[in-house]
Design a protein around this ligand. Structure first.
Ligand code: ADP
Ligand code: MG
Length: 461
């Protein structure tokens, strides 16, 4: 099935390349760029378009030209038919895919644009990355990749919760290569930027330099790093573009590094063929630091900002702030600021306690069932209404059962009350969902991992 689709895409791509010189840019944009090749049926290429006017135009005005180009590129397909877009192709970006493909082709013929490596944050280096049990694997893998890009671990897939150093380590790779191998082109981007650039490249395609910028940015590189790759979920066009970019780079022995908030197997709404590629190299996780590492980090950060702080105060901060490194750093900054403003020395825990009263005292808003619903909905890529509603897709049911389990487990509410929050379900249904997850988490490590991920997001790890 996949193979077949691929062939269809390739054929259409070739047809478009040949067709382009025969028609004006404007006609191309209006009539051809949105056409999606669907399949080959009875030796005919089936094309799908959105509008009736589009179909008429292809059938009448462009028929001969397209047929000619098809025959030129295939021995066995000799004609085409146009159908109106079905539901499948209403996926947001998919009609743009053939264009993206084609654009990459024509960009290959365009001359190379000057390339600028990403500028990396100078403070995110290996040297000031504190290594502990929670991140030593990531550190070692990243170091290897930086020393020998494209040779050993490819792709490197780093996953872990927010504020644990994923972005830092990617910049560290970039900084390291920039200083040791300035001849290499290194590109770092948030996956969201990749998505935006992809969409932009479709929107602004021009006659010749079609997509050249996009291609240069992401293919004309020795190392490509995409941060927070989970954000390409539900974006089929972007996934397609990434798939081809990925294959191109790997085929050319270029290094790829991804980061994500979770293990590849737990990414929802991302194509299987991408997931299997994410996991084809090495997958390493970065977890919340233990107390020793937290102490080392606070010490290190205090030293970096030339802030004098007693060992007792360092320990106090490290003990109280156990969520992630970003918050740990934020807490230290707060203490430093507080001391500076009030002309105090950071030499007693009273001072620290006063500076951090908002962070450590119980005054903060308590977690409620809505937070848990939101966290489960976000994790499974569904809406909160879906959880409380009646639909039963796999993701929705998973999110719903997980929400029930976590509300019970974290808030300890009675089953009947939980039922009222989950769309007025009765207590037996709720009890069933809870028991189901309780059983699954013992049998299936993936479920256990999902629970941990969501708990981490709720700050209840
Ligand atoms: P993520 O991308 O995983 O959300 P970041 O890489 O942005 O996290 O890290 C958050 C902050 O914590 C950054 O300021 C970073 O420098 C710091 N940080 C993370 N891990 C470490 C570490 N091991 N040593 C020192 N600082 C760290
Ligand atoms: Mg990050």
């Amino acid at each position: 099935m996949r193979m077949e689709n691929k062939d269809v895409d390739l054929l259409w791509e070739a047809v478009v390349v040949d067709l382009m010189p025969m028609i004006s840019t404007v006609s191309y944009q209006i009539w051809i760029s949105g056409v999606k090749p669907l399949k080959i049926y009875n030796n005919k290429l089936v094309l799908s378009v959105q509008l009736h006017s589009n179909k008429t135009q292809l059938d009448n005005v462009y028929r001969d030209k397209i047929v000619k180009c098809i025959r030129k590129n295939s021995d066995f397909v000799d004609d085409f038919i146009v159908v109106l877009q079905d539901e499948e192709s209403s996926l947001e970006e998919s009609q743009a895919q053939p264009l993206a493909e084609n654009a990459e082709k024509s960009a290959a013929q365009a001359e190379d644009a000057p390339f600028e490596s990403t500028r990396f944050k100078s403070s995110f280096t290996f040297d000031n990355f504190v290594v502990g049990e929670s991140n030593q694997l990531v550190y070692a893998a990243a170091k290897t990749v930086a020393e020998e890009p494209g040779k050993r671990y490819n792709p490197l897939f780093i996953y872990g919760g927010v504020g644990l150093g994923k972005t830092h380590i990617m910049h560290a790779i970039g900084n390291y290569i920039a200083s040791t191998r300035p001849d290499l082109k290194v590109r770092y981007a948030a996956a969201e930027t990749f998505t935006n650039d992809f969409i932009e490249s479709i929107r602004t395609n021009k006659d010749s330099g079609l997509n050249r910028k996009f291609r240069d940015n992401y293919r004309n590189v020795d190392v490509l790093m995409l941060d927070d790759i989970q954000s390409i979920a539900k974006k089929p066009g972007t996934q397609e573009a990434l798939f081809h970019t990925f294959n191109y780079l790997i085929d050319n022995e270029k290094q790829i590094v991804f980061s994500s908030d979770r293990h590849p197997s737990l990414l929802n709404n991302i194509e299987d063929r991408l997931i299997s590629r994410f996991a084809a190299g090495i997958t390493v996780d970065i977890s919340p630091p233990g107390i020793e590492t937290r102490i080392a980090i606070v010490q290190r950060k205090a030293y970096e900002r030339r802030f004098h702080i007693s060992a007792e105060c360092v320990e106090y901060i490290a003990e109280k702030i156990d969520t992630n490194i970003r918050e740990l750093e934020g807490a230290l900054n707060k203490v430093a600021f507080y001391c500076e403003m009030n002309k105090l020395a950071a030499d007693s825990t009273d001072v620290v306690r006063a500076a951090l009263r908002d962070e450590i005292e119980e005054g903060g808003r308590a977690l409620d069932y809505e937070d848990i619903l939101d966290a489960c909905a976000a994790y499974f890529g569904v809406r909160r209404d879906d959880i409380t509603g009646t639909r039963r897709s796999k993701q929705i049911v998973a999110a719903r059962q997980m929400a029930v389990y976590l509300i019970y487990d974290i808030l300890g509410l009675p089953l009947a009350e939980i039922g009222t929050y989950i769309g007025g379900r009765d207590h037996t249904t709720i009890g069933y969902a809870r028991d189901k997850i309780d059983q699954l988490r013992r049998e299936d490590p993936i479920v256990e991992r999902q629970l941990q991920d969501i708990r981490a997001k709720l700050g209840k790890a």
